[in-house]
Write a protein that binds this ligand. Structure first.
Ligand SMILES: Cc1cc2nc3c(=O)[nH]c(=O)nc-3n(C[C@H](O)[C@H](O)[C@H](O)COP(=O)(O)OP(=O)(O)OC[C@H]3O[C@@H](n4cnc5c(N)ncnc54)[C@H](O)[C@@H]3O)c2cc1C
Length: 452
């Protein structure tokens, strides 16, 4: 009865598409990119008022609510079984609202490929990620480690304002001036506080950039990685880099060490000065670094075939633990059936932001690394004990986890993402904006007061 009246209200107030099981688009609309789902309703809003109606419907009907941005979240929070999905793909506009101050308004359902393409004609770009189809929403609300991270910080460091539909269906603004605690919380606290229907970012003037990869033999991994991490401590902030090991498509344990680089500038001499110390780290097997339009540094995301699972786990590494972690990862990468290992440089502008300025709590880390196992369920399950053993070795040297590369959301995961003081401050914001925990499909901050 209650459900019927909530549904009637939704059908009256909602101006977008309502996709239900049996509809032609349901098969493609029901899952997120990495995880399948069977929601009762997929709502595709066309306006902020539609988002309000969708939130009120889910709350009124007592249904589980997922918010889908780009749908690339590893745990599959962008869908559910039997509940409501608010799929924001229709809110994907990208508008330069202040040319002089490079201020850009972006719909909460845009992808980074849409953003890069829209900003390129203006000579602008935003520090974001490395993949076109990843959503602005999910990536930004939890961090955003992309090709400009050492110069301009995380994606969330470049947000100056946001429009949020809270659990009551109200629209509020969050900025340094308006609702500053909410503004603090949405920069690191994920989708816990509402649906972000629009972000205002400050973009940066962007030229073509020097982008590509330099590879070294697997046998030189230990020295290359140690030298790479040492060098990045003092390298120009224009240089951002990712090191990949054990690429299964390039030989697994025999695969060359790939040092991916982006130098944010088009001056060949400055780029050479920044990149040559990397070239001197070992025997260069291949070097395809070339001047590239920034928009082309973003790659197409891959949708895994049905039945393939991805187990992604991440950790941050502070300066004093870098040698131990790199040593362990080198040994792991050299063994048969290693997970894919990817190590990202952070530091730079990320570490210049005060610890308590945003809810992202890992400012001191020099590196963030990810292990990934991919395969059908039995393969992934069989790899589980080996993965646990690897993470058992790493545990004493790792400080916290990056929620954007975390396929699980256990209590331990949530504690690794949000240290205690961050969690308690987030919980206070949660009590104010979502006391009933409607927005629970995320690394969840529960509103109740913890008894310690
Ligand atoms: C191929 C690939 C490449 C990646 N590359 C990078 C990278 O270079 N750098 C990096 O930092 N991360 C990267 N990631 C990780 C990525 O940031 C996360 O997976 C992120 O959660 C994806 O966001 P999404 O909006 O696409 O996903 P979704 O699954 O739609 O959302 C993820 C979470 O955010 C919430 N959410 C999304 N949009 C909103 C919104 N507008 N309002 C409120 N809540 C919202 C969802 O409810 C969910 O809890 C990559 C992931 C993949 C799969």
């Amino acid at each position: 009865m209650f459900m019927n009246s909530a549904l009637e209200t939704l059908r009256r107030d909602f101006g977008g598409d309502i996709i239900e099981p049996g509809a032609a688009e349901y098969a493609s609309a029901s899952g997120s990119v990495l995880v399948s789902g069977s929601p009762a309703y997929v709502l595709r809003p066309r306006s902020v008022a539609d988002v309000q109606a969708g939130v009120r419907f889910a709350a009124g009907a007592g249904l589980v609510l997922s918010v889908r941005g780009g749908g690339h979240g590893f745990p599959g929070f962008g869908t559910n079984d039997g509940g409501v999905v608010i799929d924001l793909r229709g809110l994907a506009s990208v508008e330069v609202v202040d040319k002089d101050r490079h201020r850009v308004r972006i719909g909460g359902g845009a992808t980074w490929g849409q953003v890069a393409a829209a900003l390129a004609p203006h000579g602008l770009a935003i520090s974001s990620g490395d993949t076109k189809s990843v959503g602005v929403g999910g990536l930004t609300l939890t961090g955003g480690i992309g090709w400009k991270v050492r110069k301009y910080g995380l994606a969330l460091d470049n947000v100056v304002d946001a429009e949020v539909v809270t659990a009551s269906g109200e629209v509020v603004r969050a900025s340094a001036e308006r609702n500053p605690e909410l503004f603090w919380a949405i920069r690191g606290g994920g989708g816990n506080f509402g649906v972000v229907t629009a972000f205002d970012f400050v973009a940066h003037p962007t030229t073509d950039v020097f982008y590509g990869k330099i590879t070294f033999p697997a046998s030189e991994a230990a020295g290359v990685l140690a030298g790479w991490a040492d060098y990045l401590r003092t390298a120009p902030a224009e240089l951002t880099s990712i090191a990949n090991l054990a690429n299964p498509f390039a030989g697994g344990p025999e695969a060359p060490v790939e040092i991916h680089v982006a130098f944010d500038g088009d001056d060949p001499d400055l780029a050479a000065q920044a990149l040559d110390p990397i070239r001197r780290l070992g025997t260069v097997l291949d070097d395809d670094v070339a001047l590239t339009p920034y928009v082309d540094t973003l790659v197409d995301g891959m949708t895994p075939p049905p039945g393939i699972q991805l187990v992604t786990r991440s950790g941050f590494v502070d300066k004093e633990s870098v040698p131990e972690v790199l040593q362990i990862l080198t040994e792991v990468g050299a063994a048969e059936r290693s997970p894919i290992i990817s190590i990202r440089s952070v530091g730079g502008a990320v570490s210049q932001v005060p610890d308590d300025a945003t809810a992202y709590a890992h400012r001191r880390a020099e590196l963030m690394f990810v292990t990934t196992i991919a395969g059908p369920k039995p393969v992934v399950e069989a790899a589980g004990p080996g993965l646990e053993a690897i993470w058992g070795r790493l545990a004493p040297h790792v400080s916290g986890a990056y929620a954007n590369f975390l396929a699980s959301a256990t209590d331990d995961d949530v504690a690794a993402v949000y240290p205690t003081w961050t969690y308690e401050r987030l919980a206070a914001v949660k009590r104010r904006y979502d006391p009933g925990n409607l927005f629970a499909r995320n690394h969840n901050v529960r509103p109740e007061v913890l008894l310690s």
